[in-house]
Design a protein around this ligand. Structure first.
Ligand code: ADP
Ligand code: MG
Length: 380
């Protein structure tokens, strides 16, 4: 933490010059244990916030401008604060901070002239939610400590991503970036927007493995899945797939296009798996937890069709490593990370086996991140 603060202070000094009033805000990335593509169907998810996080260092400016520098990309953008409420997206990374600034102004929070330096240890586009970490840390920096209801902060950042960036994401990522808990995953009901802490049983370890690929298909497939789920709900006559049951779905099967049926079956069974996984955590049933992760991956691969060759390989390879209880893709899919549940003590062998197998098969270095539940966003 001391290392991070010093790094940010030095970077800020280099980019913007000396300031006496630097404040730093942190918002975590996350790994979703189970409940994939269920949030925008108002179902259940079980993510945990990570030590990997986005940091925004901020200080006021003497003029009327907001300037944002990404230390990761070595690039800046700036806007007059008077223009923020009417800003338009450009397809650049700066759409995220700009969208957040616009939503803050629209919600009645004046955005004051400032210099922002953003630096993230969350790998971008890898399914660990670098985007929500960026949004939430920037929002806190622009609020400068002014109070905001945590749920309002969540919704405001999601609006920035949905309406300004143009990604139809559900609420999970922003929610866990704000409400994440040290030492626990959180089970979120994406309809009521309530959550409960879920303690993982003792004696397990969780590792994320980054395939280091991101297939282009993902960007069009995500909104397509959102639309297919909406169609499925409409055909079933329910407000959202959260309200559908497997029995109802099976009864309606003949009347549904095959693709729509399979998309809906993933969502309905995945919601049930979140509930079963939560119960298995409480019971300390490690074998059941592992089975549910593997079943989630199968469903995402076969019914929802958001996996890819690299993710399938990482999951299959993981399941054959001694001590591994379960594995699945995590995040939107088409690349990014897998999440792997194993017996504590199996980590070293897992790391070397999976890295070696991936290198041999795809000629790439997989990145591996140990996942320990970290707290939600706040000032550093
Ligand atoms: P994920 O949230 O899974 O990492 P997304 O596609 O939702 O993937 O968001 C990734 C995008 O967020 C990046 O392409 C970039 O535009 C933006 N982003 C994330 N972190 C940073 C950063 N440190 N600096 C600038 N932009 C970032
Ligand atoms: Mg994202």
């Amino acid at each position: 933490m001391v290392g991070t603060a010093t790094f940010l202070k030095d970077a800020f000094l280099r980019v913007f010059g000396p300031t006496a009033t630097l404040r730093v805000w942190r918002a975590p990335g996350r790994v979703n244990l189970i409940g994939e593509h269920t949030d925008y169907n108002l179902g259940f998810v079980l993510p945990m916030a990570l030590e990997l996080a986005c940091y925004t260092a901020a200080a006021p400016r003497p003029d009327r401008r907001l300037r944002v520098f990404s230390e990761n990309y070595g690039e800046a953008r700036e806007w007059p604060v008077e223009d923020l409420s009417a800003a338009a997206p450009t397809g650049h990374w700066s759409d995220y901070p700009l969208g957040v600034a616009r939503e803050l102004v629209r919600a009645g929070f004046a955005v004051r002239p400032a210099n922002l330096l953003v630096w993230s240890t969350v790998p971008p586009g890898s399914g660990l939610s670098s985007s929500a970490a960026l949004e939430v840390s920037v929002a806190l920096a622009l609020l400068e400590g002014r109070p905001i209801e945590p749920l309002e902060l969540v919704k405001l950042c999601r609006r920035a991503e949905n309406e300004f960036v143009g990604a139809p994401c559900g609420i999970m990522d922003q929610y866990v970036a704000v409400f994440g808990r040290k030492g626990a995953a959180i089970r979120i009901d994406c309809r009521s927007l309530e959550h409960e802490a879920v303690q993982l049983p003792a004696g397990v370890a969780i590792l994320a493995v980054n395939s280091m690929v991101k297939h282009q298909l993902g960007s069009s497939a995500y909104p397509e899945r959102v639309a297919q789920c909406r169609e499925a709900a409409a055909r079933l006559g329910v407000p959202s797939l959260r309200d559908a049951t497997l029995e109802r779905l099976e009864q309606a099967r003949a009347a549904l296009p095959e693709l729509v049926f399979r998309r809906a079956r993933h969502v309905v069974t995945e919601n049930a798996r979140v509930e079963e996984f939560t119960a298995a955590c409480a019971a300390g049933d490690l074998a059941a937890m592992g089975r549910l992760l593997a079943a989630s991956h199968q469903s995402l691969r076969d019914d929802y069709e958001v996996s890819c060759e690299e993710l399938d390989f990482l999951v299959e390879t993981a399941l054959a490593i001694p001590g591994v209880l379960g594995a699945r893709m995590t995040g939107g899919g088409f690349g990014g990370c897998t999440v792997n549940l194993m017996e504590a003590g199996a980590e070293e062998r897992f790391r070397s086996n999976i890295a070696e197998a991936y290198r041999r098969r795809f000629g790439r270095e997989a990145q591996i991140y140990p996942c320990v539940p970290a707290p939600g966003a706040g000032e550093l």
